[in-house]
Design a binder for this molecule. Structure first.
Ligand SMILES: [Zn+2]
Ligand SMILES: [Zn+2]
Length: 356
């Protein structure tokens, strides 16, 4: 039996068909909610950098699709008698929730070895083919249909959409990156790239007691945000940095910056690579330098559902003392999504929000 407030039969979606073309807003029928599936009425979806890369053709996506994966909403219907969140608590119609971007099977070798984010049959919200009314998995829409194995988290009602919406992509990925370096207290940290991830990382390492936070970011507006979030020093290029660091996070994906970062890491230091998610030039690496200086280099892609829990707890704890709400510069209704994309591309704010 399906539990629901009312039975939505139709909802609007914004369909991505090809790069550099307008998203096509249309109405689609909402399929019946299957056993253990959850229908969510979307309250907000922020436009991630990867959505823009797809829209502009820098990144190839299966089509047609509904983009958008940084989503929060309220449960509109639950398929079957019972549903639970990731922590095992019962979910009810009306609950405010978000969920892991990755949908993992929970049974393959990779899931069983603790990296469900690399599941052999992983699917991702905002990245799957729309086939008729099947595949309501994107956030640029009124409704999204969560498959049975989605890792769901309830979120408190007193934290604004602007703060929580980017959690299930950007903030959770940063939490996964921070998890790679168990000790941040009294460490000198360099963060390359002050977009949504880099800015969030500044906040994380600041609260964990980093002794020095330096940032590489060429954009003036983002420099100001870096300082507002706790950076002590910002430079526009890594070649202008002469000190050494204990921990370096790369969120820029720039091969040349990463190559220079290797020589900026101090004895026993760690470099965490996060930003390189598109084919990029290879870098040269002096293995003797890595060996003699006990350097650790770690890659982070996607995240474990527990990282999303860490991210949500962090945002709930710090949303009053760290200005996360300033990262969403403007909101648009779903009907104006093409204006929202245009604004995001031309003004390059940290985030733009769609509120259906
Ligand atoms: Zn994203
Ligand atoms: Zn799996």
């Amino acid at each position: 039996m399906t539990q629901s407030e009312a039975n939505p039969v139709k909802g609007r979606i914004a369909v991505f068909d090809e790069p550099n073309a307008f998203l096509d807003i249309k109405e689609t029928s909402i399929p019946p909610v299957g056993e253990e599936e959850i229908l969510v009425k979307i309250s907000a979806c922020t436009i991630c950098g990867s959505d823009l890369h797809t829209i502009t053709g820098r990144r190839i996506e299966k089509t047609p699709t509904i983009l958008g994966h940084e989503i929060i909403g309220h449960i509109a219907a639950i398929g079957g008698d019972y549903a639970q969140d990731y922590s095992g608590h019962q979910l009810s119609v009306g609950d405010r929730i978000t969920w892991s971007v990755c949908i993992s099977c929970g049974q393959c070798k990779l899931c069983e070895s603790g990296i469900p984010q690399k599941c052999a049959s992983v699917k991702k919200f905002g990245h799957e083919v729309l086939d008729g009314d099947s595949g309501l998995l994107g956030g640029f829409a009124e409704y999204v249909l969560l498959p049975a194995s989605t890792s769901i988290f309830r979120i408190s009602s007193d934290v604004p959409d602007e703060v929580l919406c980017p959690a299930n992509c950007a903030t959770a990925t940063v939490a996964a990156a921070i998890r790679q370096v168990p000790i941040v207290s009294n460490k000198r940290v360099l963060i390359i790239g002050a977009g949504m991830l880099g800015i969030s990382a500044i906040a994380f390492v600041k609260t964990k007691g980093a002794s020095q936070i330096s940032v590489i970011e060429p954009d003036d507006d983002r420099n100001k945000l870096a300082f507002a979030f706790g950076a002590a020093h910002v430079a526009d290029n890594i070649s202008k940095i002469s000190e050494r660091f204990d921990i370096i996070f790369d969120f820029s994906g720039s091969s040349s910056a990463i190559e220079q970062a290797v020589s900026a890491v101090d004895l026993g230091g760690t470099i965490v690579l996060v930003g390189t998610v598109a084919p990029s030039p290879a870098i040269s690496l002096d293995p003797e330098f890595v060996v003699r200086n006990l350097i650790t280099i770690i890659g982070v892609h996607n995240y474990h559902p527990m990282d999303l829990k860490t991210a949500l707890d962090f945002l709930v704890t710090h949303n009053k003392d760290i200005p996360f709400d300033q990262l969403v510069e403007k909101s648009f209704p779903l009907a104006d999504i093409n204006d929202a994309v245009e604004f995001a591309l031309s003004h390059k704010p940290i985030r733009v929000m769609i509120k259906p």
